[in-house]
Design a protein around this ligand. Sequence first.
Ligand code: 5AD
Ligand code: SF4
Length: 444
Amino acid sequence: MKQSFFIKTYGCQMNVYDSEKIIELMTSGGYRQSSNPEESDIAIFNTCHIREKAAEKLFSDLGRISKYKENKIKSGSSMKIIVTGCVAQAEGDEIKKRNKSVDLIFGPQNYQNITDALEGKNEKYVYSDFLCEDKFESLPIRNSHEISRLVTIQEGCDKFCSFCVVPYTRGAEFSRPVEGIFLEVKKLVEMGAKEVILLGQNVSSYNSNVFEDGIKVSVKLSKLCNLISNIRGLERIRYLTSHPNDIENDLINEHYTNKKLMPFLHLPIQSGSDRVLKKMNRNHSRSDYINLVRNIKSKINNMAFSSDFIVGYPGETEYDFDQTIDLIEHVGFASSYSFKYSPRAGTQSSLKHLNVVNDNVSDLRLKKIQEILNKQQSEFNLKFIDKNEEVLFTDKGKKNNQFVGRTKYLQPVHVLCNRNIIGKKLEVNLESLTSFSFHGKIIN
Ligand code: 5AD
Ligand code: SF4
């Protein structure tokens, strides 16, 4: 009988994409996916290292799974435990020192080796090379009829924000070749996708090239979106995450002319204080950010923005925090994520132990910023009540005849309909709002 594997994914959408690739690699290698970690022959943990909480969750899960493994060994069978992802890259061998039941460890650019390693084709158990090209060339596309699909176009980061582990766990910036991305999107559309979300730690610095009439032409994110939008059947293109310093006019113009490119931009700023931005090595000021948003809105008046914020960065004063609140109120975000600063080993900010913000103060700041961001999100949403919006339906809802889709701005919408509308883009009148999702009625 085929061996079964269980996989758990932590963290960002890039990990979700990587897990899809691992699943396809395993199933095409003859393994069967199982949703039960206890019964599976192989347990894979695709991990995140961005904040301490995410990394620690792995070790508590490993504690639990190693008990299952012990029981299996006692009853005469076996289990292999695999750790993949950013914790694998950052901690490597240390993981095995903390939990001896772990068998194999793969950094984010080494997944193509998983099946060979399981078959015992190699001696080593830690795979942590930086081989982006190998990864994208060798991993298969998951066979699925989902309407919205993820496609990683770029991996790694050269920005070295002082708090961030990404340049260490995902390595230097690497842009996937255009042809591979184009063919992947085409295949996803043939399988039924209507939307693709182009992923990368820093997609706005995507830079590759193609040959046009024998001449090498540079392809930035704007041109990539343009090329992909020619694929018939693809209706929506999104991308994330962008750095404010890399958003240039060509991308703004592409939004203006390319109707498949959604008017929603995730643009992390992290802090609204110039002093903190400088310490974070963000290389832009609050007014640069405000001017950028203003410039984009002046050209694309329906563009909505979301952002990431960190509170309690070392040395953040009450005044700095107020500057962040002021920026939020000034810009107005459709939705955002906010986090309490978490020192990560090896990053610049973790080396300087000065002026650590008291934990209770950080907690209070996080609570306050989240209240404000939630209020803004509600205000943004309320403007849509009684309006008609185009919704792309992706899934069935929990109720009978219920379907769920998203507006251009990623707002979830529920409707009732007695025919299958999955994959359809329809005009919907947004009638009411519960929490952050709408209920509406299909027009016509
Ligand atoms: N502490 C808290 N939040 C962090 N992020 C990245 N590193 C840290 C850290 N050390 C947040 C940033 C980033 C998002 C993906 O995670 O806001 O944009
Ligand atoms: Fe991390 Fe983003 Fe800064 Fe890169 S740009 S170092 S991924 S926060």
